[in-house]
Each structure stands twice: as structure tokens, then as C-alpha cells.
Ligand binder design. Structure first.
Ligand code: NDP
Length: 251
């Protein structure tokens, strides 16, 4: 946890960073934080109006001009990922980072009642889609002199908890895939792969998982950005295959 990290102003100058689920919640805050530290951000998500609002916020601050990439992990095909890689290759020729942040909660319900179609949907959005997107983007990551891939985990991706169903299983898979890929690319010395658990954070997803909770007691997406910046930027060089937390556990 690097909640006290103070990112230098130009931390991400000149870097091209893809943020999935960039239209809302933690992804929106990360896209803005990365742009404010000099990155050209590629905003990916399924709701174009939300991506446009983030785009406008970045433009209005005079930050590096972002790009918008509308994509819904539910219906996306391999061709979509390869078309995306081709477009990014043409525009930038490389990719210096990916924040895999898009996520779907699914149902919090006893497994006996879990809807199989919803289970598949959660696995598609939280792990299968991101995996095939990463495969398509690997050559662009390898073209970077220093690239960081962050997969978003959760506390239920590290210790299972009753009723968390597909969401927990997708996050365990995320941790496993991170270890496999980190080990595979270690020899490159220029590409690090880690997971980051944001911890309880004031967003729409958290509210739907804990409807009775007072959101005022939670850290905001902005509060947890120090770790997001540290792990994306060069100060975390040398760390790969590791599982990080963006905030200390709540007591
Ligand atoms: P939000 O629900 O606020 O944001 C999720 C983002 O993912 C939205 O931008 C959403 O787009 C996008 N998204 C959802 N489904 C798809 C899809 N099919 N295709 C493309 N984009 C999609 O959640 P948070 O910001 O809270 O969560 C961000 C990440 O952090 C998730 O991976 C979550 O699992 C994880 N996390 C969050 C915690 C918390 O306390 N908030 C705790 C632990 C982990 P749209 O807005 O268009 O729906």
C-alpha cells in the first residue's frame, strides 16, 4: 500500500496508458490522475456518454489529448481486440500501461441460487475479456521501454467469502493469470504485471454491494490514487508478479 506516495508532477510524461472502465468510479479517477501526471490516456468503456464526459474533463484542464475506445466486454470478440491493437499501433506504436479496471459485480447470493448466465457474464467482463484483450495488446506492451499492467483485484479475490460467487472467482482467476503472465514476461525486463486491490471505495459498485452502508465512511476513488500512480509509473520498476493494496484495511 502506497497511500502516502507523492507522485512527481511529470511522473507519466509521454506515456500512453489504457484504462478500462474509464467512465465511472475508480477508472474515471485513475484516467484523470494519469492524465494530470502527463499521460495520454485511452479511455475504454461501454457507455460512450460517460467516456465523453471524462474526455471533456481532461481537455478542459489542458492535459494531453486522450482517445476514446468504446467497447463492451460482454459482446466483444477477438476481432475487436485485434482491431483495437491495430488502431493503437497506428496511432502510438506502443502501449506503456494498462489499468484493467472495468468490472461487474453480478449477484451477491447463495451459490445454490446463482444464475448460470449471470455467472458467465461476470467471468466474461472481469477476466475472459481482459485476458484476450491483453493477448492482442502484448506486442504493443513489448514495444514499450517500461510498461506496467495492473489488474484490479478485490479482497474476495484473495480470500473467498460466502455469497460472492462469480465475482470472487473472477478475481481469484485474475490473481492467477497475473502470476502466470508475470512469470512469462519476466525475461523481457521491461514489462511488469501486478494486481491491485482498491479496498472499500465510494463508488456505485460498492453501494450496490453494501446498500445499507454510509458511503461517507469510505475513501473516495481520489483518495486511493497514490498507489495507482505508483504502480503505473517508473517508481514501481522491479516489482512484478505481486499483489498490492491501494489502502490499509479498515478497522
Ligand atoms: P463502478 O461500477 O463504479 O465502475 C465500473 C466500471 O466498469 C464502469 O466504468 C463500467 O462502465 C465498466 N464496465 C462494467 N461492465 C463493463 C463492460 N461489460 N464492458 C466495459 N466496461 C464495463 O465500479 P468501481 O469503480 O467500484 O470498480 C472498479 C474496479 O474496482 C472493478 O474491477 C471492481 O471489481 C474493483 N473493486 C472495487 C471496490 C470498491 O469498493 N469500489 C473494491 C474492490 C474491487 P459503465 O459505467 O458504463 O457501466
Amino acid at each position: 500500500c502506497k497511500i502516502d506516495y507523492e507522485a512527481p508532477q511529470g511522473l507519466l510524461d509521454g506515456r500512453v496508458i489504457l484504462v478500462t472502465g474509464a467512465g465511472d468510479g475508480i477508472g474515471r479517477a485513475a484516467a484523470l490522475a494519469y492524465a494530470r501526471h502527463g499521460a495520454t490516456v485511452v479511455l475504454l468503456g461501454r457507455t460512450i456518454a460517460k467516456l465523453e464526459a471524462v474526455y471533456d474533463a481532461i481537455e478542459s484542464e489542458g492535459l494531453p489529448q486522450p482517445a476514446i475506445f468504446p467497447l463492451n466486454f460482454e459482446g466483444a470478440t477477438l476481432k475487436d481486440y485485434h482491431d483495437m491493437a491495430a488502431a493503437l499501433d497506428k496511432e502510438f506504436g506502443r502501449l506503456d500501461g494498462i489499468l484493467h479496471n472495468a468490472g461487474l459485480l453480478g449477484d451477491i447470493t447463495p451459490f445454490a441460487q446463482y444464475d448460470p448466465a449471470l455467472w458467465e457474464q461476470v467471468m466474461q467482463v472481469n477476466i475472459n475479456g481482459p485476458i484476450w484483450m491483453t493477448q492482442a495488446l502484448l506486442p504493443l506492451l513489448e514495444a514499450s521501454a517500461d510498461a506496467s499492467v495492473i489488474f484490479t483485484s478485490s479482497s474476495v479475490g484473495r480470500r473467498g467469502r460466502a455469497y460472492w460467487g462469480a465475482y470472487a472467482v473472477s478475481k481469484f482467476a485474475t490473481e492467477g493469470f497475473m502470476e502466470v503472465l508475470a512469470d512469462e514476461v519476466e525475461h523481457l525486463g521491461t514489462l511488469r504485471i501486478n494486481t491491485l486491490n482498491p479496498g472499500a471505495t465510494r463508488t456505485a459498485m460498492r453501494q450496490s454491494a453494501y446498500p445499507a452502508e454510509d458511503p461517507g465512511t469510505l475513501r473516495t476513488p481520489e483518495d486511493i490514487m497514490p498507489t495507482y500512480l505508483w504502480l503505473m509509473g517508473p517508481d514501481s520498476r522491479g516489482h512484478s508478479g505481486e499483489a498490492f493494496d491501494a489502502q490499509p484495511p479498515r478497522t
